[in-house]
Design a protein around this ligand. Sequence first.
Ligand code: ADP
Length: 379
Amino acid sequence: MSTLELKNINKIYENGVAAVRDFNLEVKDKEFIIFVGPSGCGKSTTLRMIAGLEEISEGELWIDNSLVNYVETKDRDLAMVFQNYALYPYMTVYENLAFSLRVRKLPKKEIDEKVRKTAKILQIEELLFRKPKALSGGQKQRVAIGSAIVREPKLFLMDEPLSNLDAKLRAQMRVEIAKLHKELSTTIIYVTHDQTEAMTLGTKIVVMKDGIVQQIAQPKDLYENPINKFVAGFIGAPAMNFIDAVVRVRYRELYLEVLDQEIQINDFLSREFYAKGYVNEKIVIGIRPEDISFLTKEEQDVSQDSIITVVPDLRELLGAEANIYFKLANKTFCAVVPADNNIKLNEPTQLVMKQNKMLFFDVTTEENIFSIQKNKNFA
Ligand code: ADP
C-alpha cells in the first residue's frame, strides 16, 4: 500500500531557476502516474524531490501519511530506474540483482529466490551469469528494472527509462512495463517527454510546462478535453490543428469566419459563444487530424458538419492510413484519412470538421473556452 501527496511543492535552484512551481498532486495506491512535458519543464526535478535526491524549497511531501521532506532517500522505500541503466559493470546480472538485498543482509536462500523470481518476471533467466557488457540495450534496461523490482519497494520512480532504446525496442519495453505494473500491482511515477508513452502507460497524466502543472487527467480526458492550447497541441500525434477564426453574427445567427470562408455552427455552440461574450471576437479552432475528412464530389454541400474548401498538397502513406496536408494562410495543416482515399492533390476540395470534436481556444489566455475542467488540478 503506498500513497503519495505533493502539497504546494516548489523548487528554486541556487542559481535562481524556479524549476517547479506550486505542484499539487495526490497519488493513490497502484496508480501509474506520468509526468510529461517538453525538456526543461521540471519533470525530473519533481521526481528527484520525491526520491529525496533534491531538496524541496517549499511545500510538503507525504508518503503513506508521513511527512518525508527531511527523510533520507534510503529510508523512503522507493526504487528508481534511470535512462542510463546504472548497472555495476564488473558484476554479473545475478550479482547486480542481488546487490541491494546483500546490502540489506538478507539470507542467501531468500536472495536467490527473489533474484530468480525477478529474472523470471523480466524473462532474463538465461542472462543471469553474463556481465552487462555482454547485454543489448534492451536487456540492460530489463536488468536495471529488475534491480528496482527485486527490492519490492513501495514506490517506483522511473526517469525516461526507455529513451536510450531504439524505436522498436522502446515499443516492446513499453508493453512490458505496462504488464509489469499490472503484475506487481504497485505505484509507479514515470517521467517522459514522449506523449505516446504517456498516453499508453498512464492511469493519470500530469502535463507540465515551464515548471507549472497545466493539467492532471486520465489519458482519454486529456485527449478529449485539454484545458488549454498547450496541452491540446502536446498530446496527440500528428498534433492538433489550430485554425484562426472570428465569431461573426448575421441576423442573430452565429458563424465562424475562416479567412474568406464561413463555417456554420450548431445552436448549442451559438448559445455558448453568446453567453461567453465571443461575438465578433477572434478565437482559435482546434481540430485533430483524425476528425477531418474530405468530401467526394457527390457528397459536397450535403454534410451537416463544418465545411471549408482547401487545396491538399501532400499525401504521406503510412499503411492503413494516410496523412493529407493542406495550407491555410500559409500555415500547414494535417488530416488523417484511410489509405484508400481518392483525394486529389492540388485541387480545391471540401473538407469537413466533426463539429462535436472541434475545440475553441481564447486567443489571449489560450484556454479552452468550453473546457469542463475549470480546476487545473482536477484529477
Ligand atoms: P525536465 O526533466 O522536464 O527536462 P528538469 O527538471 O531537468 O526538466 O529541469 C527544470 C529546470 O531546472 C530547467 O530549466 C533546468 O535547466 C533547471 N535545472 C535542473 N537541474 C538544475 C540544477 N542542478 N541547478 C540549476 N538549475 C537546474
